[in-house]
Design a protein around this ligand. Structure first.
Ligand code: SIN
Length: 183
């Protein structure tokens, strides 16, 4: 089993686990999409939020962070992550390329189409409305998106126009709500 773990969502900015080393890396032929429902972190069972999963798309690249786990704590880390990512994610093995061109075999938490929390594709306005409206035990769904955008900027991977436009629309909805006296 690989010692590396690939992060493309919240695990980039809030890994919350011990690791020996981390490197920027990309996963080929995949794209990050807000197609997975969040009933436990950024939404509720009654009003799920939306979080990212990986969707296969030939020719696209998903940038993220690869973490090398310590063999001594690896099982405990993965047990904790299985719990954190329990809302429809599965562990899969993938091949990454790091900045120096080295191939890295890694695990990834991926929520496949049709899982119990799958929400699937929606147009940008629908995605923005749902993300702007959703809150869960881990906080506002809008903050998850904002933190993802900031984390990708820090990685030098801020070239996802769809994600940036989604963030812009969500921020606009949130601003209007605050101006109208909401929270
Ligand atoms: C990940 O970050 O790699 C998985 C998706 C998430 O927890 O946001």
């Amino acid at each position: 089993m690989p010692d590396w773990l690939f992060a493309y969502g919240s695990l980039i900015w809030r890994p919350d686990f011990a690791y020996l080393e981390r490197r920027r890396a990309v996963l080929a032929d995949h794209v990050r999409q807000f197609w997975q429902g969040s009933h436990d972190h950024r939404g509720t069972p009654q009003a799920p939020g939306r979080v990212v999963t990986l969707v296969g798309e030939p020719g696209r690249r998903c940038a993220g962070m690869a973490y090398r786990l310590d063999p001594a704590t690896r099982e405990a880390v993965l047990d904790a992550l299985d719990h954190r990512e329990k809302n429809g994610y599965e562990r899969r093995s993938v091949s990454l390329i790091d900045d120096s061109g080295e191939l890295i075999e890694a695990l990834v938490y991926l929520a496949p189409p049709g899982n119990f929390a799958w929400l699937g594709e929606a147009d940008l306005a629908q995605l923005a409305a749902q993300v702007a409206a959703s809150h869960g035990p881990s906080g506002a769904n809008a903050d998850y998106l904002r933190e993802l955008v900031v984390a990708l900027e820090r990685l030098g991977a801020d070239d996802d126009a769809h994600l940036i436009e989604l963030d812009r629309q969500v921020q606009r909805i949130v601003r209007r709500r605050i101006e109208a006296g909401g929270t």
